[in-house]
Design a protein around this ligand. Structure first.
Ligand code: SF4
Length: 110
């Protein structure tokens, strides 16, 4: 699995993504049960509110080999400050539409 992670730009000040790297390394959370090796292709942010740039970020991750786009838990779950992204649904929609069916999308990391 070749993973590209998109995170919330607003949350970067609170979180350096440590748990994301850990769950990939330990195959926990959204990566539980993944049999194949997991390679991290890139770790980027949504580009800021309202998340319109996420589609461009996902495109670049796919160009560089990602077969799976993962929205970090800060977006839909609001980790670590309990503040989910109000644009998460739309952001996912445009990324899914642009990426095509061959790209797997995961809604959270842990
Ligand atoms: S669009 Fe959502 S994910 Fe992106 S910075 Fe704003 S709140 Fe965070």
């Amino acid at each position: 699995m070749k993973v590209g992670i998109i995170r919330c730009m607003q949350t970067e000040d609170y979180c350096p993504g440590t748990a994301d790297f850990r769950v990939i390394r330990e195959k926990k959370g959204a990566f539980e049960g993944v049999a194949e090796d997991i390679e991290l292709i890139g770790f980027t942010n949504c580009g800021g509110c309202p998340g319109k740039k996420a589609v461009l970020r996902a495109r670049e991750l796919v160009k560089r080999g990602a077969d799976t786009i993962v929205f970090a838990s800060c977006i839909q779950r609001g980790n670590p400050i309990g503040y989910p992204c109000p644009f998460a649904k739309k952001m996912k929609e445009i990324v899914v539409k642009d990426s095509g069916e061959q790209i797997r999308i995961l809604d959270y990391t842990h």
